[in-house]
Write a protein that binds this ligand. Structure first.
Ligand SMILES: [Zn+2]
Length: 283
């Protein structure tokens, strides 16, 4: 941080402090971190999130014991995987059957020009291990479908679906509902997107919100997508995953967040469970 910015924040803090009631009791001392459960290196690596009242050591330990499956190592999968690995997730499976292409690089931040032709799952795993060697990263070079998705869910505490097809989303939603594995869904196109958290059996699932696949839905390759739009939506997905795994804040459940980055409008759309939902009604 530059000297001028540092002094700005210092001045701002002193103004805020002087505005407080001088008779107010002194603030409570910061709770000590349970050093017995976190190593010195972990305390330093995660210090900026550990000091957050919403996070703290309990959330850190919960994240370190969690297993998450990230489906897709592309535009959404990149911020999801990077933030979860950076934050100290215990184990991450990352699934993708594609290889890195030149047209991916403007938005898929896990892959660099020297990675062209490399399997995305392997390219992603290599970067994530560089970022945080304490995370166990398991790459799976395969295409998720209705046949294999149930097996992939075994042992997972959460799934983050970063795929780009409705067929995959419906297959993942159905399998997560059947296995009662929490799920974060999202989609991005152009400069807009959506994010939705699902607790099977407790909150509306993806099919409750979107009972049928939209007709003639445009594809990324045809309609285009801006890198920062995918970054925003993927970052929201990562945050939802951290909320669901730790309980640090309420997730976007029983509805979804609609994000329009052209107008900078974020709209919370409510929905509820459907009694006739083929995926979650019996869960
Ligand atoms: Zn449902």
């Amino acid at each position: 941080m530059s000297g001028s910015r540092r002094s700005f924040f210092r001045d701002l803090a002193s103004v805020v402090a002087s505005a407080k009631d001088a008779t107010a009791p002194p603030p409570e001392p910061e709770p000590a971190l349970p050093a017995a459960d976190l190593t010195e290196a972990e305390i330093e690596r995660y210090s900026r999130q550990l000091v957050l009242p919403e996070w703290g050591a309990a959330a850190q330990l919960a994240l370190s014991e969690a297993s998450v499956l990230v489906i897709g190592a592309g535009a959404l999968g990149a911020p999801v995987a990077l933030y979860l690995a950076g934050a100290g997730l215990g184990r991450m499976g990352i699934v993708d059957d594609d290889a890195v292409e030149l047209s991916n690089l403007h938005r898929q931040l896990l892959h660099f020009t020297p990675d062209l032709g490399v399997a995305k799952a392997e390219s992603a795993a290599a970067k994530l291990r560089f970022l945080n060697p304490d995370v166990v990263v398991e790459p799976y070079q395969l295409r998720v479908d209705a046949e294999n998705v149930a097996g992939l869910l075994e042992g997972q505490d959460l799934v983050v679906d970063c795929s780009d097809s409705f067929a995959t989303r419906y297959a993942v939603n159905a399998a997560c509902c059947a296995a009662r594995v929490p799920l974060v869904e999202a989609g991005v196109l152009g400069m807009s997107g959506m994010v939705m958290s699902i607790r099977p059996g407790r909150t509306a699932c993806y099919r409750c919100a979107f009972p049928v696949e939209p007709r003639d839905a445009p594809r990324c390759a045809d309609a285009g997508v801006l890198g920062p739009a995918a970054g925003v939506v993927g970052s929201l997905q990562a945050l939802e995953a951290m909320k669901l795994l730790t309980g640090m804040a309420p997730a976007i459940a029983d509805g979804f967040l609609s994000v329009d980055l052209a107008t900078a409008e974020f709209v919370r759309v409510r929905t509820s469970r459907r009694g006739d939902c083929p995926d979650c009604a019996e869960v």
